[in-house]
Ligand binder design. Sequence first.
Ligand code: DC
Length: 218
Amino acid sequence: MTVPVLTIDGPSGAGKGTVSRLVAKQLGWNYLDSGAIYRSLAIDVLKNNVDFKDVSAVVEVAQKMSLVFECGNELVVKLDGIDITAELPSETTGNTASIIAAYPDVRAVLLQKQKDFQLAPGLVADGRDMGTVVFPDAVNKVYLTASAEERAKRRYKQLIEKGIDANLVQITKEIEARDRRDQERTTAPLKAAEDALYIDSSELSIEQVISEVINLVQ
Ligand code: DC
C-alpha cells in the first residue's frame, strides 16, 4: 500500500514548520522539514569554506553530506555526527540555502534523500516543491502563505525568542528577496500545485490553520 503524503508548501515564514509539525503529531505521521536539508547543506558548504557560487563544488558537498534527522519531540539534525540544530534558523544559513537551492544539480542530488522520508503510517512534507516535484502524487496538498510584512514579523519574533539578534526592516527585505529567488528560479520554483488547497494565514491563528489542514486530510 502506498504511504499517504500531505504536502505543505509556501514561502518562508508562513507558519509551515509549526503547522506541519503539529499536524504530523496529531495524525501520528512522520515529518519532513525539507528546508532543513537545504539549510544543512548551506552549513556544510560554509563550514568547509566552499564558495557557494561554485556550483560543482556545492554539488560535491551535497553528494558527500552525511546527514541524520532525529525526529523526537524536537527535531535534532546531525551533520557528520555533530549536532547543528542550533545553527539551522539563522538568516545567513537561510539565505545561503536559498541561493544553493536554485542549482538544479543540487536539487537532483537531494531529491532521493527527501523521498526516503515517505515511511508508514504517513508523511507530512514541508517545503517549496513538495506537492509539485518531490511528492507530485500526494493525496493532500496545501499551499500556505501570508503577507510579507506578517511573515517578517513572525520570523523576527522567532529569532528574538531563540536569542538570535534580528532587525525587522532587514528581515522584511530579506524575506522579499528570498521569495523572489525561490519563485523565479527555473528548477522547482516556489508555486502552488494546481490541486493544492490555498490558505492565507495572515489573519488566521495557528489553530485555525491546523483545523483546516486536518479537515482536508480527514
Ligand atoms: O523553509 P526554509 O526557510 O527552511 O528553507 C530555506 C531555503 O531552502 C529556502 O529559501 C529555499 C530552499 N528550499 C527549497 O528550495 N526547497 C524546499 N523544498 C525547501 C527549502
